[in-house]
Design a protein around this ligand. Structure first.
Ligand code: ZN
Length: 227
């Protein structure tokens, strides 16, 4: 994907250069060669360019709603937990139960105001620098999208802890969550990209694209080409 984004950008630059600007012979040759060589892939490459849309203050990249440390949601955005997410996690929990696994839903939708309260409590307790590692500023929480959940196991000692990653629930979930439309949003070793510590419990619903994201091993930002 990253490679095709670059090819798409080159194409876009060449096309821009073609708009009313005189090209040198060398550029012309490159342009023609590029078109001749890559013509069949042009549409695909153009589609691979990150398409960023902001609708009523909500940002979508290639149709996927995105919230992170830089991109926020409006305070009044309060969709509640989305029905497709409810169906997906219930099915996953049920399939897990059939394997003797015991999942619990720890948290789901959070409003802007509730996140504001949580964040200020964490800052008061641990200081802002520490709080920013594990908590989002209001408007920046994925939980406000109605597309994110935190899951836990019957072993409540691991709730919202990295040790959840050692539970049988996580060991099964990490390789099947995408089949239900979820990705593990804050991956281990990707803290510098996501801005968050590893959170094995935090799932983000993306639907059908979850499989491709899982297979890529990339964070959502990298996958969408906005890292
Ligand atoms: Zn979470």
């Amino acid at each position: 994907m990253i490679r095709s984004v670059k090819a798409g950008m080159l194409l876009a630059l060449l096309l821009m250069a073609g708009c009313g600007v005189t090209l040198s012979e060398e550029q012309m040759a490159l342009h023609e060669n590029f078109e001749r060589t890559y013509e069949p892939a042009q549409i695909g490459n153009l589609e691979a360019l990150p398409n960023v849309e902001v609708i009523d203050g909500v940002t979508y990249v290639d149709g996927i709603l995105i919230v992170n440390k830089e991109i926020s949601l409006p305070p009044d955005y309060a969709p509640g937990l989305q029905p497709e997410v409810v169906a997906a996690y219930q099915q996953m929990f049920q399939d897990g139960a059939a394997r003797g696994l015991d999942f619990v839903l720890v948290s789901d939708f959070r409003s802007y105001d509730y996140q504001a309260q949580l964040y200020s409590n964490y800052v008061a307790r641990d200081g802002q620098e520490a709080a920013d590692q594990y908590s989002a500023k209001p408007g920046h929480s994925e939980h406000q999208t109605g597309l994110a959940i935190d899951v836990g196991s019957a072993d409540s000692a691991t709730t919202l802890k990295v040790s959840f990653g050692d539970t049988p629930e996580f060991q099964w979930m990490k390789d099947v969550a995408h089949e239900y439309g979820f990705i593990i949003r804050y991956l281990e070793g990707k803290e510098d990209i996501t801005g968050y510590m590893y959170e094995p419990w935090h799932l983000r619903y993306v639907g059908e694209e979850a499989e491709a994201i899982y297979e890529s091993g990339l964070t959502l930002e990298e996958y969408l080409g906005i890292d």
